[in-house]
Ligand binder design. Structure first.
Ligand SMILES: [Zn+2]
Length: 507
């Protein structure tokens, strides 16, 4: 087979070509596994609760796949048309929404808003352009909708799963589906569909109860008994939701869900007992381990970002980039000297007696904004070694979740580096980061249309490292922002005066 090497790769015959090397160090898998377990029914992309119902109803109405009633592309076309109606209606209804951030930006908002502004639009045409994906935003929700029992898990199908929905709760959604059959819509026509066709409809009445049952198993609605894995997924999502509600109650609306969870999960366990949720103690410990490991994952990710930003600013050799990181670390440490000793001496107090303090969060976000100081990032990574022996039970299990450059790796690395100065450690670290990224990229090599594709943004031209495009600095998602959004959409969380208030508790 002819081998054509495409991509910047680690090859000298690189064609300028950008392939998003997603998760370039492979460190994120630990966080992704943890949150999949802790919040199985919400993910990073699931922005609005109503899409769960919309997709479930469409799958039941137009089953496609093996033994199909209609072909998959026709079923996807129906999804796309319905999502366009939902977006158009939600945009027209925006001024009626109380909390400013609530029900904002339905999927495809930018394209649909531009079409709406013209007064009349062709549904088929907008359905072509509002999303790059065949099934519209179904691709974002499909995984969690399968876990919720709403969709059939078989590949290449779009059929209802074991959890069937009562027609009595779906009258408003039928308005969306009927409008999706039209050819053209005017803004006046869209207004006539309100509020039934808007995503805010999920927050009231039958749909709110149905979604509470689907996501948390606590809606005031009768559904047939769900299969065990679906019940488990609901319980897990509900446990995190309940913790998050307690964490957010009375807080400043600007607080990040991550910071709020840190507050409640690092608190004395008696606080949970005082709140009447002592049964969530183990759950809070799992979150504690998850947050700490995620801090380490984030620190690695940001170190890589720092390194690639340096390369983007000025392409240079491995040695030069090693020196740049060494210099930055010495600057952060205040002087050069034995690295492990300086790191240990400068670690902030990370426990108070038996109590674990979440200093990792404060190191990563001093004053609430993300740090760009490699020394601080290295401190976070080093703290992970201490956490290995300080944590136990659920917290420890979540903390050691498998993933690249985990705490055991760091322990071995630092044990082998006891003789190194800060600048030597910096050069060693740069070398390790570059090797790790190369290794991850090598593992992801794949054949595509007869060509070898090597996903990476980094390319080596002779001795010089260069970057194609830009590495993101986004920390891996804990799914908490989306969970908070959905809790607000379903009426569990509101803003009352200057603080957040829980308007409904999970039982
Ligand atoms: Zn609305």
């Amino acid at each position: 087979m002819p081998a054509v090497v495409v991509g910047p790769a680690w090859s000298t015959e690189a064609v300028p070509f950008v392939d998003k090397g997603r998760f370039p160090l492979g460190v994120e898998s630990a966080t992704l596994s943890n949150v999949r377990r802790l919040v199985p029914l919400v993910n990073m992309g699931t922005a609005h609760a109503r899409y769960y119902l919309l997709h479930a109803v469409l799958a039941a109405d137009s089953p496609a796949g093996p033994g199909e009633v209609i072909p998959l592309d026709v079923a996807f076309e129906r999804v796309r048309r319905a999502e366009v109606i939902l977006a158009a209606a939600s945009l027209r209804h925006a001024s009626a929404h109380g909390m400013p951030s609530l029900y904002r930006n339905p999927h495809g908002a930018r394209v649909v808003a531009a079409e709406l502004a013209q007064g009349v639009f062709d549904i088929a045409e907008v359905a072509e352009s509002y999303s790059q994906q065949n099934g519209g935003f179904l691709s974002v929700y499909r995984g969690v909708e399968i876990s919720a029992g709403l969709l059939d898990p078989a590949d290449g199908t779009f059929r209802a799963g074991p959890v069937s929905l009562p027609e009595s709760a779906l009258a408003a959604l039928r308005v969306v589906l009927a409008a999706a059959e039209e050819e053209c819509l005017t803004d006046t026509h869209v207004d006539q569909l309100l509020p039934d066709a808007c995503i805010c409809r999920a927050g009231t009445g039958a749909e709110a109860e149905l979604l509470s049952e689907i996501l948390f198993g606590c809606g005031d609605v009768e559904l047939p008994v769900a299969p065990k894995p679906v019940q488990r997924a609901r319980m897990r999502t509900a446990a995190t939701a309940q913790l998050l509600l307690h964490a957010l109650e009375g807080a400043d609306p600007a607080i990040t869900p991550r910071a709020a969870m840190s507050g409640i999960c690092f608190d004395d366990p008696t606080r949970l007992a005082d709140l009447g949720v002592a049964h969530l103690t183990n759950w809070a410990l799992s979150w504690r381990g998850t947050l700490l490991r995620n801090a380490s994952v984030t620190a690695w990710r940001w170190l890589w970002w720092w390194l690639t930003e340096e390369i983007a600013a000025r392409p240079r050799s491995r040695e030069e980039i090693g020196t740049a990181l060494a210099d930055a670390l010495v600057k952060g440490a205040g002087r050069d000297g034995n690295a492990v000793e300086l790191l240990s001496a400068e670690l902030p107090p990370h426990r108070d007696g038996a109590r674990i303090l979440d200093v990792e969060d404060r190191l990563l976000y001093p004053d609430g904004t993300a740090t760009n100081d490699p020394w601080r990032l290295l401190q976070v990574i080093m703290l992970g070694v201490n956490r290995l022996t300080e944590l136990d039970g659920r917290a420890w299990h979540a903390f050691i979740e498998s993933g690249e450059l985990g705490p055991s790796y760091v322990r071995e690395w630092l044990a082998s580096a006891t003789h190194m100065s800060v600048s030597e450690l910096g050069r060693d670290l740069a070398d390790r980061l570059l090797r790790q990224a190369k290794e991850i990229s090598r593992r992801r090599i794949r054949w595509e249309a007869g060509r070898l594709r090597i996903p990476t943004r980094l390319r080596e031209l002779g001795d010089v490292l260069d970057l194609a495009g830009q590495e993101g600095s986004v920390a891996p998602g804990l799914r908490l922002d989306r969970l908070r959004q959905i809790l607000a959409e379903l009426g569990y969380l509101t803003v009352s005066g200057e603080t957040l208030a829980v308007s409904r508790w999970l039982p």
